[in-house]
Design a binder for this molecule. Structure first.
Ligand code: 5MM
Length: 342
């Protein structure tokens, strides 16, 4: 079992590919659809996800796709299960298994991710459906006196309990402790909170006997808050992020696959590329991506719920996937964006 977990984890971050997060829950997907006037129905969600999984060439850039409970059971209009379409493209199917971030009792302004009850049984079903890895996201807010010890420890404990259950079921856990970009905090505040968060998470992973070789870490980049007037350069972000990971992430972890967290698609690619250009030879883990918005958003804006827009939306999706593939090699540049605008 350990060898199989380690081999799947390696495959998820192999070469210059990365992960595509398409695991938005109904509320999140609904919000993204609503902004573009797309109706929030199961039919529209199916059509949107079909557009994604049938994108020609996607498997050349994407190693694995994170699905949502509804999506893993869906099929294309011509009757092919999404899971089969992904596998045929060489993309490993995965599944989001957390039940969402809820208010943390006694901790105003903070959240705890739920979903441990019944998880062993749900994981067994996802294995039957064809999933080979799973994802759970904990949310950490920076604020006045936040994050609290209770929030950090509660979320880290839940992530570790989830990860241990995944490995017991033969699924590689993606461990996602997200320090949110919301707020006016500085990059230094984000660095300090991210360091503390990752230390707490790896302490709990050790306590729950999680096999480090058989997991993937999905962290935030170290960035100033979205409302902070001072925003560091691409190279400064890359250096701060890698330095924070070097202090906290054991070398046995095969890969770090970043979330984009609300960055623009271009900045997410540029920052990942800078990390690989400057530090790839010096870090023990792959520096990869597991973006949702930074890959999907341009395609969603083109698609807008209209079947006639599918080819153009797929082209935009593939373009972002190719940009991030270049970023894994440290070779992304602004010119890649200009080429498509010509
Ligand atoms: C942080 O969100 C994850 C990465 O997406 P971005 O690259 O857009 O930041 C993402 O996988 C997220 O966990 C899913 O979209 C599901 O979110 P919800 O809130 O619907 O569970």
């Amino acid at each position: 079992m350990n060898a199989q977990l380690a081999s799947t984890a390696k495959a998820m971050v192999a070469g210059d590919k990365g992960l595509l997060a398409m695991d938005e829950s109904h509320p999140t997907c609904g919000k993204r659809f609503a902004k573009l006037g797309i109706s929030q129905t199961v039919e529209m969600r199916q059509a949107y996800r079909e557009m994604i999984v049938t994108t020609p060439g996607l498997g050349e850039c994407i190693s694995g796709a994170i699905l949502f409970d509804e999506t893993i059971r869906q099929q294309t209009q011509d009757g092919r299960p999404f899971i089969a379409v992904l596998k045929a493209a060489g993309i490993i199917p995965g599944i989001k298994v957390d039940a969402g971030a809820k208010e943390l009792a006694g901790h105003p302004g903070e959240k705890i991710t739920e979903g441990l009850d019944g998880l062993r049984e749900r994981l067994a079903e996802y294995v039957q459906l064809g999933a080979r890895f799973a994802k759970w996201r904990g949310v950490i807010t920076i604020g006045d006196g936040l994050p609290s010890r209770g929030c950090l420890q509660g979320n880290a404990h839940a992530l570790a309990r989830y990860a241990a259950l995944c490995q017991e079921a033969g699924l590689v856990p993606i461990v996602e402790p997200e320090v949110l970009m919301d707020g006016a905090h500085t990059m230094e505040q984000c660095r300090a909170v991210t360091e503390k968060t990752l230390r707490t998470v790896f302490d709990q992973l050790a306590a729950q006997r999680v096999l480090l070789e058989g997991m993937i870490l999905k962290p935030n980049m170290v960035l100033a808050g979205l409302a902070c007037p001072e925003q560091e350069s691409v190279d400064e972000v890359a250096a701060a992020t890698v330095a924070t990971l070097m202090r906290t992430v054991p070398a046995a972890v095969p890969g770090v696959a970043f979330l984009s967290g609300g960055q623009s698609s271009e900045l997410a690619s540029a920052r990942l590329s800078a990390m690989n250009a400057h530090f790839k030879q010096r870090v023990p883990w792959a520096l990869a991506f597991s973006f949702a918005r930074a890959i999907q958003q341009p395609a969603l804006e083109i698609w807008r719920g209209d079947a006639a827009n599918v080819p153009a939306a797929q082209q935009a999706l593939l373009h972002r996937a190719q940009c991030n593939r270049a970023a894994r090699r440290g070779e992304y540049s602004d010119e890649m964006e200009e080429e498509t605008n010509r």
